[in-house]
Design a protein around this ligand. Structure first.
Ligand code: ACO
Length: 426
């Protein structure tokens, strides 16, 4: 007989079924709870709530495990490319050589954006944050490239367009913000090399593709490609649950990722380290401030809702970081500072007892700096990497037989019934 959980309230008992995932995770199915008892559940931040069944990404926060479609992220970071990992996430299989080549051709064919979109960039204030721009531009793509039908082929086309054009849009926003000439994608360059070329090539200084940097970017994007039901992915699913189109759903995901407690942390880490370096503050003092409940400061790049051990992505990122800086012969004082900070925090009772370890954002900014990416573009880099995951999650939710529009309830705590007071009597 399948497992159930009994809830006893007053003199009544109800039995609720238990759902068991393929890795043994157990969930109490409460879909009948309100009907049977009148109760709802209360779970701020959804820390105990499973919002869907998903076959895309598996995480074990206690053991520090992350797998995409069953494959450990460590293996993908070592052997795969971002393009192949994107295919794996979106199409639920590793592509054959023929499929991968066809995917590359499609990414190349769809890499240009409508010339009229450049006008949008011109009209935004120059100081606009690139994440706000990216979110707006992705939403605007729908007007230029509407889906014709909601069938498999059309969704595939939209998916490929998005994966390819987001990279072009991000590089365009950088060029235009600098007042530079936009660089078009080139058919002879890979996904990552093309992005770097669109960012850094100029008519007076041609960009020389450096394969080590291309590989570092490839790994950076693989490590960001999906992370199950995090804040931005949940935003994509929630917006999509109203059967909103893919572009608008992804645009919402980008907006959610912008926050400093989520993807914006990679920018916040570098800003924090730069400030400490400039002010000559000690790392010990920084750790003390992070522990002080009267100080709103938090150690950026530390802590995670799910990981209660070292984030496996951070471990790989640290290795890539050392390699890139070594290869470029860069002596970045922020890397030394980051390592000192990590060492002090990992020995500190507060950080140990709160299970606070470096997360993916702690070292990633140092790699991006070394590649030449400006700090305000860091979260855009995260967004390009997370795109395959958002798309895969959106597609999965569209095919979910248990799909319903997302609509949480609340516990109302406002005033009880009272009468309207005319303005003269107030
Ligand atoms: N510095 C100091 N204390 C921290 C930190 C931190 N970075 N993170 C959590 N804590 C403490 C909290 O003060 C709290 O302490 P208390 O129980 O004594 O009150 C406890 O740890 C639990 O923290 P919560 O905020 O409840 O944890 P939650 O799971 O809600 O938040 C989050 C996770 C947002 C990532 C948090 O750890 C944080 O703010 N980290 C810094 C920002 C960051 O690096 N974000 C990137 C996350 S990875 C990503 O999104 C890609």
């Amino acid at each position: 007989m399948s497992e159930t959980v009994k809830i006893i309230y007053g003199d009544q008992t109800i039995e609720l079924p238990v759902i068991i995932g393929s890795e043994g995770e157990k969930a109490v199915d409460i879909t009948q709870l309100r009907n049977k008892t009148g109760f709802i559940t209360y779970d701020p931040g959804f820390a105990n709530t499973g919002s869907c069944k998903s076959a895309i990404t598996f995480m074990d926060g206690e053991k520090g495990i992350l797998r995409y479609r069953g494959i450990p992220v460590e293996q993908l970071a070592e052997h795969s490319s971002f393009r192949e990992t994107a295919y794996l996430l979106v199409h639920d299989k590793l592509p054959s050589l023929r499929e991968l080549n066809r995917f590359s051709i499609l990414l190349n064919d769809h890499s240009l954006v409508h010339e009229d979109m450049r006008q949008f960039y011109e009209t935004f204030p120059r100081a606009s944050h690139p994440m706000g721009l990216l979110s707006s531009m992705v939403n605007a793509l729908r007007s230029f490239y509407p889906e014709l039908r909601i069938d498999e082929e059309e969704i595939d086309m939209t998916v490929t367009r998005l994966l390819s054009k987001v990279r072009t849009l991000a590089a365009m926003s950088f060029k235009i913000s600098r007042g530079h000439k936009v660089v078009y994608p080139r058919p002879d360059l890979s996904y990552c090399a093309n992005f770097l070329n669109m960012m850094f090539d100029t008519p007076v200084r041609p960009y020389l593709v450096d394969n080590d940097l291309v590989r570092a970017l490839d790994v950076f994007w693989i490590l960001h490609a999906d992370h199950e039901q995090n804040c931005s992915t949940s935003a994509v699913r929630l917006v999509g649950s109203a059967r909103t189109n893919l572009y608008a759903s992804i645009s919402a995901g980008i907006a959610a990722l912008w926050g400093p407690l989520h993807g914006g942390a990679n920018q916040a880490v570098i800003e924090m380290l730069t400030q400490v370096h400039r002010n000559g503050e000690t790392v010990k003092r920084l750790v003390e401030r992070a522990k002080d409940k009267n100080d709103p400061f938090r150690l950026m790049g530390f802590g995670h809702r799910v990981y209660k051990t070292y984030d496996p992505r951070a471990l790989i990122m640290k290795g890539v970081c050392d390699k890139v800086l070594d290869r470029l012969k860069i002596d970045d004082p922020l890397l030394d500072l980051a390592k000192q900070l990590e060492a002090v925090a990992l020995e500190d009772d507060y950080f140990v007892s709160h299970n606070l370890y470096p997360n993916v954002d702690f070292y990633s900014g140092i790699i991006l700096r070394a590649i030449g990416i400006p700090t305000n573009m860091f979260t855009v880099m995260f967004a390009i990497g997370r795109l395959p995951g958002w798309i895969a999650q959106w597609k999965e939710s569209m095919d979910d037989p248990e799909w319903r529009i997302g609509r949480p309830r609340q516990v109302y705590t406002g005033p009880r019934l009272r009468d309207y007071t005319p303005i003269d009597d107030r």
